[in-house]
Ligand binder design. Structure first.
Ligand SMILES: [Zn+2]
Length: 371
């Protein structure tokens, strides 16, 4: 058990304990959970003070049933903002500490979700999206860091001492391609996408065939681990928003500083920044400043309709402050940004999606002649 976990007994439901405050947990503190006389667990979502207003999409608590029989737990979740009831119409239960995930249909009214959770014996998680915490990140670096064809590269240490590291693979003489996920603490979709693709590519990583023969890949599974550990939705504990301010405020966070220096050193040809979508449940967004890559990818994009998703190919101008913008201006980097929603998807679906997405995209980059 995580030693930072705070356990809260529910005296009205025999054997039931709630846990907050552990790595990636949200809420963080005992006072954010109250137990009412009828056994209802009232949970107050925590939102970091620096987060953009109305932006509160992370929840991750554990419930343990020490009894032999399942119990029914009444829960009342108070969200930290009032704008986004429509974003809370589904949640995930991670049975056995997250080894087996199921999606729940839920409902939020005026920023409060009431639900009854049937809880078998054991320790289980309740999350907005399937969790991917710093332990999962370190395990991923461990698994692939020493695998044939891969090299782990540590580029920075965060203010709290965590590594910002990537997995390098492909042809060292190929065109430099950066893939980042988890600028924002709650957005676990990108990590599961990479988990799926890494599983696939690890079988081929030592072969010098397309697209790995043409690309020198730097894959970052979690650029902002302090935000993830702190259970933040958006910003690092330093206050820096790794999505919007990586280029403009990197000097305020050692992780951001080392990361941006490393990327500047690469002068990448391609930069793919992977995010979650939480509002539009039915849209997989693929964005670039370059219409040609949008058109080319539209012809190759895997059909996602059985995940209840349609692709949106969006020509955008990324704002100032984004590393994508900075790299495009300085090095002519082709900037790409994805936003994939969880809704209907279980971790296996997201892994399959990520693997198919990168297997469609990377061959296009390997042949790309415009940069
Ligand atoms: Zn994001």
């Amino acid at each position: 058990m995580d030693t930072s976990a705070i356990r809260i007994e529910n005296p009205y439901i025999a054997g039931l304990t709630l846990e907050v405050g552990f790595d990636n947990a949200n809420p963080r503190e005992a006072f954010e959970v109250q137990v009412r006389g009828d056994g209802t667990c009232v949970v107050h979502q925590f939102i970091e003070p620096e987060a953009a207003e109305g932006y509160a999409f992370h929840l991750h608590l554990a419930l343990e049933n020490a009894g032999r029989e399942p119990v029914t737990v009444p829960l009342q979740i108070h969200w930290a903002e009032r704008e986004y009831d429509f974003c809370y119409d589904y949640m995930y239960v991670g049975y056995d500490s997250g080894r087996d995930w199921k999606m729940l249909s839920t409902r939020s009214e005026k920023a409060i979700t009431q639900l009854q959770l049937v809880l078998p014996r054991g320790r289980h998680l309740l999350c907005c999206h399937p969790k991917f915490d710093t332990g999962d990140y370190l395990a991923m670096l461990e698994q692939y860091g020493g695998a044939p064809g891969f090299k782990r590269v540590d580029v920075a240490k965060t203010p709290e001492g965590r590594p910002v590291a990537c997995l390098r693979l492909g042809n060292p003489k190929g065109r430099k391609t950066v893939i980042t996920t988890r600028a924002h603490g709650y957005e676990t979709a990108g990590a599961y996408c990479l988990a799926g693709w890494l599983k696939y590519i690890s079988k081929h990583a030592t072969k010098r065939t397309s697209p790995l023969d043409a690309l020198d890949l730097y894959v970052f599974p979690m650029v902002n681990p302090d935000a993830v550990a702190a259970g933040h939705c958006c910003t690092a504990p330093s206050g820096v928003n790794f999505g919007r301010e990586l280029a403009s405020r990197a000097d305020e966070d050692s992780g951001a500083e080392g990361l941006t220096e490393f990327i500047h050193g690469l002068k990448p040809a391609f930069y793919v920044d992977m995010h979650n979508n939480t509002g539009p449940h039915l849209v997989d967004a693929f964005r670039s400043t370059d219409e040609r890559i949008l058109e080319a990818f539209a012809k190759k994009a895997p059909d996602r309709s059985r995940d209840q998703k349609a692709w949106a190919f969006q020509k955008v101008q990324f704002p100032e402050g984004y590393m994508l913008t900075e790299c495009e201006r300085r090095y002519g980097t082709l900037p790409l940004l994805t936003e994939f929603p969880w809704y209907t998807r279980l971790p296996g679906d997201m892994m399959a999606h990520g693997s198919q997405f990168l297997r469609a995209l990377l061959p296009l980059l390997a042949e790309w002649r415009y940069v």
